[in-house]
Design a protein. Structure first.
Length: 149
């Protein structure tokens, strides 16, 4: 079972949350080199893709939306639940931004999951937490804020 760290998202607007998430993606890329981001939906994945393209040239993160780019993938891959063609890629860290636990979480050694600030998001995060705990994952929690990416 994976080691799972829940990231507590701050109460900021969606644009600021996405910017913080992109900063976290960059930090995970620097640390792990391979990151699979599981967005809420295709629109969310595309928004993150656009933000990653806007990073300065000296902070570029090689990434693509699932199904684009080279056949063997790139270091950062943006996926979403409705995309059933997502296959297992060993060695990737998973950053889950979706409401459910993706099947790929069982295949990752390290998972980062998120806890939105709204009550509905917190309720869904508690369900994911219970799922991970029931499956024997080691669980941690930390804030995701500009000071701690």
């Amino acid at each position: 079972m994976p080691n799972v760290t829940f990231l507590l998202l701050p109460e900021v607007d969606a644009e600021q949350q996405n910017a913080l998430i992109c900063d976290k993606i960059a930090a995970l890329f620097r640390q792990y080199k391979k990151v699979r981001v599981w967005a809420r939906d295709q629109q969310h994945a595309e928004a993150l893709d656009e933000l990653l393209w806007q990073r300065p040239a000296d902070a570029f993160i090689p990434h693509n939306l699932h199904g684009e780019g080279p056949a063997n993938g790139v270091p950062v891959e943006l996926c979403w639940p409705a995309d059933s063609s997502v296959q297992r890629r060993p060695g990737y860290v998973l950053l889950n931004l979706a409401d459910q636990v993706p099947v790929q979480a069982q295949q990752s050694h390290t998972v980062f999951d998120t806890v939105p600030p709204d009550e509905q998001g917190k309720t869904l995060a508690r369900e994911r937490y219970k799922h991970y705990r029931a499956n024997g994952s080691q669980l941690n929690t930390q804030p995701l804020n500009p000071e701690q990416k």
